[in-house]
Write a protein that binds this ligand. Structure first.
Ligand code: UDP
Length: 483
């Protein structure tokens, strides 16, 4: 069928033995299937496939993953029990290479909404539904930024649910975007950066979702349409949990026109299996390296999959880590330094940090944060990284750059008290050294660490039987099986 590429036909219907479950689900559950369609960026792919893991492992549902050619999962990133089906995304090579997330999403949506693209997407969905070798499809869970999905799904009679991979606070901010512009909070003005946004406490103007280099009109349009797309669905799943965002979730439940809003996060803790949804190869040597270090002694440093530094900032970070005297594990991607093909470490850096510092291209981050030797996380405050750190009780130094990273930092510092923002302004080795010492040596750092450990316990309660996240995933399962 046009537009459909069946790339993995592994287990036949209901043949889920490889999942490693101890008790198989009731037979009626084995006959249902969920189609998932993540936005093809690491921070969105991970939570969607973690949700798929949970639905498969705990609920016995079969899973079909739709994916684009842009950032398509490689063979190692495909869980063999899942079916992977390609969807034509139409992102031109120059847009893909630009790295502008808003432009890439816009190009993808435009292509999938154009006549030919939407017919191709409909064909893919029709063919997935018609596949009688697999369990019947109950519904589709899609990323709210994939705007072509609601229409295509409705055309083939497929019910939809939405996953939002950022925080509830972030969704509230996007819902308030028209108001934020009307009232002059956005675009942010230099003189008002520290003005509180009284409609969205505890945010100040500088904490609002904003990317100065993205086209503002495109951004506003994308957010408005993604809220519309969310409102067309029977259920909204947010990768968060009640204990972190109670008032934000309440407001969302009040303000959106959706029958069900669920917060079963953190999704990566709901399944004992890890899908291996990573777009990059993880370096597991760093776990052996961590094994050699005393408890809570190592600072883990990673700025996620997209954030980057300029060449001078990179040098300052390198020397800041070197002069702090603390052991560190630093993730430096090939594209971590803007304008360079690869990172250029300063002369003498390797010798100075010998035995104390380790640099990897990509780390198994969840395992790293769960390792007893890790005592702090210097992060860009992406939502997944923030949740992963909170779950493990690791205190954070935050260096937000764009999108929701500023507001995540605000919550880390002001609401949960489990980290602090590195002093604003220019990246300088002296500030870095000071921040690391504050977190790893000083009394203020110990207090933050204690709060992080307390929060970890509260999160663990939510995940237990009868806890809010556990109840939410149960409710979601029942909802899917009732479709
Ligand atoms: N990540 C990883 N290894 C690394 C760095 C990051 O596995 O070396 C994962 C991390 O665990 C998280 C995701 O990449 O799940 C990054 O998502 P986040 O929302 O934190 O930031 P983004 O990359 O979207 O800016």
């Amino acid at each position: 069928m046009a537009g459909v590429v069946h790339e993995a036909r592994t287990a036949a219907a209901g043949d889920d033995a490889a999942s490693g479950r101890t008790s198989p689900p009731p037979p009626q559950q084995r006959r249902r299937r969920v189609v998932v369609f993540p936005l093809p960026f690491q921070g969105h792919i991970n939570p969607m496939l973690q949700l798929a893991d949970a639905l498969h492992d705990a609920g016995g549902l079969a899973i079909t993953v739709l994916h684009t050619a842009f950032n398509a999962p490689g063979p190692a990133a495909r869980r063999p029990e899942f079916q992977f089906v390609a969807v034509h995304d139409g992102v031109p090579a120059d847009v893909a290479a630009s790295g502008d997330v808003i432009d890439i999403i816009e190009a993808m949506n435009a292509a999938m909404e154009a006549d030919e693209g939407s017919a191709a997407l409909r064909d893919v969905l029709a063919s997935v539904i018609a596949d009688e070798d697999r369990p019947s499809v109950a519904c589709m869970v899609f990323d709210a930024n994939l705007l072509a999905v609601p229409k295509a799904a409705a055309a083939v009679g497929l019910k939809t649910m939405v996953l939002r991979s950022a925080s509830a606070a972030c969704l509230r901010c996007l819902m308030a975007y028209p108001m934020l512009h009307q009232k002059g909070y956005l675009p942010p003005q230099e003189s008002k950066l520290y003005m509180p946004v009284k409609e969205l406490p505890p945010l100040r103007v500088r904490d609002l979702f904003y990317s100065s280099w993205s086209d503002q009109e495109k951004m506003r349009n994308l957010f408005a349409r993604s809220i519309e797309a969310t409102n067309t669905s029977s259920c909204l799943v947010i990768n968060t949990l009640d204990v972190l965002e109670t008032p934000e979730l309440e407001r969302i439940r009040d303000e959106l026109h959706i029958p069900m809003v669920l917060a079963p996060g953190p999704l990566h803790k709901l399944s004992c299996k890890s899908t291996g949804s990573r777009l990059r190869q993880e370096d597991y040597d760093c776990i052996k390296w961590l094994d050699k270090h005393p408890p809570e002694s190592v600072l883990y440093v990673s700025f996620g999959s997209l954030a980057s530094l300029d060449a001078n900032e990179f040098l300052e970070v390198a020397w800041g880590l070197a002069t702090s005297g603390h052991p560190f594990l630093w993730v430096v991607r090939a594209d971590s330094v803007r304008g360079l093909d690869g990172p250029d470490f300063p002369n003498g850096f390797g010798a100075t940090v010998e035995g104390r510092g380790k640099v990897v291209r990509w780390a198994p981050q969840q395992e790293v944060l769960a390792h007893g030797a890790v005592g702090g996380f210097w992060t860009h405050s992406g939502w997944n990284s923030t949740l992963e750190s909170i779950v493990e009780g690791i205190p954070m130094i935050c260096s937000p750059q764009f999108a929701d990273q500023m507001m995540n930092t605000r919550y880390v510092e002001k609401i949960w008290g489990v980290g602090f923002e590195i002093v604003e302004g220019k990246v300088e080795r002296g500030k870095i050294d000071k921040a690391i010492r504050k977190l790893m040596e000083e009394r203020e750092g110990s207090e933050i660490r204690e709060r992080a450990k307390e929060l970890k316990k509260k999160v663990a309660e939510c995940l237990k039987t009868g806890g809010s996240s556990h109840i939410a995933i149960d409710t979601l399962m029942k909802h899917i099986l009732s479709m």
